[in-house]
Every structure is written in structure tokens, then in C-alpha cells.
Design a protein around this ligand. Structure first.
Ligand code: GLA
Length: 321
């Protein structure tokens, strides 16, 4: 790796800086992780369907290895995620009674908390708010069985089963005003009940659809919740995920646009750093971003290190300001 300044050192006065890591990739970029990041998140390895099979038997070996790597290197790790409508064996839950689900989820929370005691926080239920302006909470098996108050109910359960652990409400499309209003309405009521400690903004940013002004308004609104913010899954993907043009190599213009947007976004993050406790990129290097496999399934630049694991022009903009 070329000699560079360290992201976590440069950003120490502002917020912690982190990355999602994957079991099959993290060992190839471990030097980047240790040098640049003060917090990591397992991209998939702690999700319900990754740790527990359909018969309820656990295999935590992948998450164990990644947790041990983080702890050994003095890197914080976020817990992601205890419950979600995806990657969760929904048909198994659908076949259960309310009591059986409650028992299973309580066991799951206890087990994950005991097994990974030093995680910095947990995303308890991921992505609960609907994308539709006419619907408040997304329709999931948990909502069907436990009703409209299920989010506060399960966060309350997490509070009991893992006392002292920071509990985070994590969602995406937070830049869209109607969705943001719903997220904040829910967060405020959860705060009143004392079942939430921070808000997670995923920040999967598409420059085609989102402006820096939209992002600024997002922070102004989130500030009204009176909760610390965590940027949990940052990526800025170019070309856009819906652009079908085949890509062999990312053009220089695309890299410049990418760098420009990253630079402006990090300037905004620094401006709002009193609110923000951590910024986690959703991956380390462009060969590993999920956006390569999403929608149009073609390579893109999304992160701060390229496919060759060298810093990209976006890295330079972020670190030199
Ligand atoms: C969501 C989830 C993440 C991950 C990304 C796509 O944002 O929270 O765990 O699955 O989608 O990689």
C-alpha cells in the first residue's frame, strides 16, 4: 500500500471512521483496516440467517473470526443486525406463533450478546420504516404477528436482555423527506421510552438523485431527534446503479465526479460532527462493494480504495482538506 496519512487519525477530532468487512475479503485488506479504521461492521456474518440455520442451530464461526480480528487489533465492532425482514428465514417465523417468535428472538438476543460482549452497539431491527409515503412501518412477519407497536416492543426486549448496550435504529433512504419524517417520529417516541441510544443513517448515496443540500437538510432534521447519529453504510456509487452502460474500467471523469462528491460530503460531515459519532463505509475497496452486483451488475467505484486496494481520488479529497 502506498504511504498515506491514516483516515482514523485525521478524523479523530471529528468522529470514528469505519468500514464493513466481509469474511471472504477482510484478510486481503487487513493492513488497510488496521491503519485506517477505528470501527468495523460485519457486512453479513452476524445477520440471523448467517448465524442460525432453519432448524435453529447456530454456527458463529465466521463472525467469531472477524470479531477476534477486530478485538485483537483494538478496533471497535458494531453489531449488525439482530432482526431484519431480509436474510432471516421469514417462512420459518411465519409458521410460528407469537409466543414461539418471542422465545426465539429472546434466545437470539441473549446468545448474541453473551457471545459478542464487546460490540459497541446493536442495530436491533434493521430498516423498519416503509419507503411508501402512505405506509408507516414496513409490512413484515414481525409486524403481522406483534402489531404496529412491534418496534418499540422488541427494542424494549433488547434493553432488558442486553442492559447497557447501545441500541441503534438503522434505516436507509433517510434523504427522502416523507421517509425521514416517519423515521424521526418513531425515533422520538422510542427515545421517550428510553429504548434507543443512537440513530443510524445508512447513507447509500446516489449523486444522480441526491444533492448536498438534501444531505444537509437530512442532518438538520435528524438533529431534532436529540440523539447521536451514526453513518452506518456509506457508499457513493458511480456509475449509478441503474445505468446499464457496460463498464470495463471506471473513467477518469467518473473518478473525478466521485472524488468531488465525497469531498463535499465529508466537508458536511465535519460541519455536523458534533452530532455524528461514527462514519462507517460499506466496504473497504471497490472490488468488494455490493454495488458491483446490484441492479445493472457492473463494476463501479463506491468507496475510498480501488480494486487494486490503492487509495482512490476520493480518498485524497477526504483526507486532504
Ligand atoms: C442494507 C443492509 C446491509 C446490506 C446492504 C447491501 O443496507 O442494512 O446489511 O445488506 O443493504 O449490501
Amino acid at each position: 500500500m502506498a504511504e498515506t496519512k491514516s483516515l482514523k487519525e485525521v478524523y479523530a477530532p471529528y468522529f470514528k471512521i469505519g468500514a464493513a468487512i466481509s469474511y471472504y475479503g477482510y484478510q486481503h485488506v487487513s493492513d488497510i483496516i488496521c491503519k485506517h479504521f477505528s470501527t468495523v461492521t460485519c457486512e453479513n456474518e452476524m445477520k440471523y440467517a448467517s448465524v442460525c440455520n432453519e432448524n435453529g442451530q447456530y454456527d458463529l464461526s465466521k463472525a467469531d473470526q472477524m470479531y477476534a480480528f477486530a478485538m485483537k487489533n483494538g478496533i471497535e465492532m458494531r453489531g449488525h443486525t439482530l432482526m431484519w425482514h431480509n436474510q432471516n428465514h421469514a417462512p420459518v417465523f411465519a409458521g410460528m406463533t407469537k409466543e414461539q417468535i418471542l422465545e426465539r428472538v429472546t434466545e437470539h438476543m441473549n446468545l448474541m450478546n453473551r457471545h459478542f460482549p464487546d460490540l459497541s452497539c446493536w442495530d436491533v431491527i434493521n430498516e423498519v420504516v416503509s419507503d411508501s409515503p402512505d405506509e408507516f412501518l414496513r409490512d413484515t412477519v414481525f409486524k403481522q404477528k406483534f402489531g404496529d407497536d412491534y418496534v418499540r416492543f422488541f427494542y424494549g426486549l433488547a434493553r432488558q436482555t442486553m442492559p447497557g448496550k447501545r441500541l441503534v435504529l438503522n434505516d436507509y433512504n433517510e434523504f427522502i423527506p416523507h421517509k425521514r419524517a416517519h423515521i424521526l417520529q418513531l425515533a422520538k417516541s422510542m427515545k421517550e421510552e428510553g429504548v434507543i441510544d443512537a440513530l443510524g443513517l445508512q447513507a447509500h448515496i446516489r449523486p444522480k438523485l441526491i444533492t448536498i443540500d438534501d444531505l444537509k437538510r437530512t442532518f438538520d432534521d435528524y438533529a431534532t431527534a436529540g440523539l447521536p447519529l451514526q453513518i452506518t453504510e456509506l457508499d457513493i456509487g458511480l456509475p449509478d446503479m441503474d445505468d446499464p452502460t457496460p463498464v470495463d474500467q471506471i473513467s477518469r471523469e467518473e473518478h473525478e465526479k466521485h472524488a468531488e462528491f465525497y469531498g463535499r460530503y465529508f466537508a458536511l460531515l465535519r460541519e455536523y460532527s458534533e452530532l455524528i459519532e461514527s462514519v462507517t463505509l460499506w466496504g473497504v475497496s471497490d472490488d468488494m462493494t455490493w454495488l458491483n452486483y446490484f441492479r445493472c451488475r457492473r463494476p463501479c467505484t463506491a468507496l475510498l480504495f480501488g480494486r487494486d486496494h490503492q487509495p482512490t481520488p476520493a480518498f485524497e479529497k477526504v483526507i486532504d482538506f
